[in-house]
Every structure is written in structure tokens, then in C-alpha cells.
Design a protein around this ligand. Structure first.
Ligand SMILES: NC(=O)c1ccc[n+]([C@@H]2O[C@H](COP(=O)([O-])OP(=O)(O)OC[C@H]3O[C@@H](n4cnc5c(N)ncnc54)[C@H](OP(=O)(O)O)[C@@H]3O)[C@@H](O)[C@H]2O)c1
Length: 273
């Protein structure tokens, strides 16, 4: 399919922190034009003339945005959190066996965070005792974070032959919420942007993989990469690691071909955001 030289972008959630960042990037970058900025009082019909939809809204709003974009054959970059494996499966079904567009679901646009998640998945086979502690700003409405869910699911996938992690006493609320058997502890604190530690306990040692986002500028390169890639992808693509060559085998991570790489163009089995 021939693409216009300039991609016309609609940003949903354009009045929010991440949406404003996305709008600025689109406006500053050659090859993109900002054609619609939608907020909570907008009609989703406003996104219909765009070549790309970017979604930075709320977990309960995001599925509607994606549904609308798919209905109009518009590729979507989803940055909103709350995309569980089950939700992603719904999108995959909506796209059908031969998807005509790409839906990129990216729980974290920061390269450092994606690397930390990949390191955790690599290390997961060597430790039975694994827990995640994540911290975000007090204003974040959902928990656990999309990044924590994805990290836990990749750890679970990496350990598919070993079984669940050792997580005693999880009937007690203070032991966190289990995702793919991994206890996740969510802190919501003023002064924090985003932080995550994966703690892996072994015999006589604890390995801690810690990543901290100190400014939203950390997301810019990843958002631009997703904008550049989305029109050439087909099917559901989950995680920035699917767009980047980390140079690491990430157990359980999805790989999704670009257009023409495979007959089905369907995404692999990744899970959540
Ligand atoms: N993937 C990543 O790397 C990454 C990084 C940071 C955050 N996030 C996620 O991105 C999402 C947005 O974060 P944020 O900090 O930008 O949140 P935010 O500042 O609260 O912005 C939320 C946006 O959603 C809009 N909205 C709410 N209801 C809507 C509706 N029914 N239709 C259309 N728009 C609607 C709001 O519009 P109004 O102003 O009109 O209410 C606002 O523009 C969150 O899920 C967050 O967890 C992802």
C-alpha cells in the first residue's frame, strides 16, 4: 500500500501530560502533521481523517479508542496502561486472521525500562523467589502499572517450564497482587515519576534490577519510534522491545513481522500492558 509522505496524526488524550508530549513531538517532527487533538469532551469521530491514532487516555477509555480506529482502518499507537492479556486478545480477534493495520501497545516508551524488563526475564530462570516493587506519582489511577504487569508476565513466560515463583503468604493483603504468580507491590507517591525494582532472591544473594524515569523526556525516543513504525506493522505488537533490537533474547517476548515478512502478519503471543 502507498503511504502519504506526511502522516496525519490524531492524538486522543491530547490535554493530558503524555498526550501533550505526543502532540509536541508530532508537531516538531518532519513527516508528521497533527490533525486532531481529542480530550474527554471530544467526539471520537474527530479521529477519522487521520493516518495514525495515538492514545494516551485512561484504561477504561482506551479500548473504545482502539475499537474506533480499527473500525476505520487507522493504525494505532497505544500508550495507555491497563491492557491485560485478555484485552489484547480482544483486539487480536477484532483485527482478524489477516490484519490490515498495526496496533502497537506499548506499556513503557523508555528504553531503560524495556531493557530492565528484558534483564528481569533473562534472570528469571535462575531465581525462584521474585517480587516487583513499582512506584508512580500519586495521581496514577491504575495499579499495578502496565510495565509491572508486562514484566511479571515475561518472567512467568521465561519460567514456563519451571513453574510459578515461590510466593509465600499471598493470602495476606500486604503481600501484593500476584501477576503470573509474581507478587507486585504498587506505591503511589508524590514526587515520583516512575520507578520499578525487580528483586530476585537466591541462595545467599539478592539481585535487584532497578529503573527510574526522572523525566517524561525518557519517553520521547520510544514514541517517535512507534510513530515511524506503526504504519508498516500488521496485527498486535506489544512492547517497545518488539520494535527495537535489544540484542538480547527476551524469553516470552513477542516478535511481530513488518509488512511482507510473513504471510499472516499476525502478532505473536505477548500479553499485556
Ligand atoms: N506508555 C508509557 O510509556 C506511559 C508513560 C506514562 C504514562 N502512561 C499512561 O498513559 C495514560 C495517560 O497518562 P497521562 O499522565 O497523560 O494522564 P492524564 O494527564 O490524566 O491525561 C489523560 C487524558 O485522557 C483524556 N480523556 C479522559 N477521558 C477521555 C475520554 N472519554 N475520551 C477522550 N479522552 C479522554 C483526558 O482529557 P480531559 O483533559 O478532557 O479530561 C486527558 O487528555 C495513563 O494510562 C498512563 O498510565 C504511559
Amino acid at each position: 500500500m502507498q503511504h502519504r509522505a506526511v502522516s496525519r496524526v490524531a492524538v486522543v488524550g491530547a490535554t493530558g501530560k503524555m498526550g501533550r508530549l505526543a502532540c509536541r513531538l508530532v508537531e516538531e517532527t518532519d513527516g508528521f502533521e497533527l490533525v486532531a487533538e481529542l480530550g474527554s469532551s471530544s467526539d471520537l469521530a474527530e479521529l477519522e481523517g487521520a493516518d495514525i491514532v495515538v492514545d494516551f487516555t485512561l484504561p477504561q477509555v482506551s479500548p473504545r479508542v482502539v475499537e474506533r480506529a480499527i473500525a476505520h482502518g487507522i493504525p494505532v499507537v497505544v500508550g495507555t496502561s491497563g491492557w491485560s492479556g485478555e484485552r489484547i486478545e480482544t483486539v487480536r480477534r477484532a483485527l482478524g486472521a489477516a490484519p490490515a493495520i498495526g496496533v502497537l501497545i506499548i506499556p513503557n516508551f523508555s528504553v531503560g525500562s524495556v531493557l530492565a524488563t528484558a534483564f528481569a526475564a533473562l534472570a528469571a530462570r535462575f531465581y525462584d523467589s521474585i517480587e516487583i516493587v513499582e512506584a508512580h506519582s500519586a495521581g496514577k489511577v491504575d495499579s499495578p502499572s502496565g510495565t509491572a504487569v508486562r514484566t511479571a508476565e515475561l518472567i512467568g513466560a521465561a519460567r514456563s517450564e519451571l513453574g510459578p515463583v515461590a510466593a509465600p503468604h499471598t493470602d495476606q493483603r500486604a503481600r501484593g497482587q500476584q501477576v503470573a504468580s509474581v507478587p507486585v507491590h504498587s506505591l503511589r507517591l508524590q514526587g515520583v515519576v516512575a520507578r520499578q525494582s525487580v528483586l530476585l532472591g537466591g541462595t545467599g544473594e539478592v539481585l535487584e534490577l532497578r529503573h527510574e524515569t526522572t523525566s517524561a523526556a525518557a519517553y520521547e525516543a520510544g514514541i517517535l519510534l512507534a510513530l515511524r513504525e506503526v504504519r508498516s506493522r500488521r496485527g498486535v505488537v506489544v512492547g517497545l522491545d518488539s520494535l527495537l533490537d535489544l540484542g538480547l533474547p527476551v524469553p516470552g517476548a513477542p516478535t511481530t513481522p513488518a509488512v511482507g515478512d510473513a504471510p499472516s502478519g499476525q502478532a505473536a503471543t505477548a500479553t499485556s500492558a
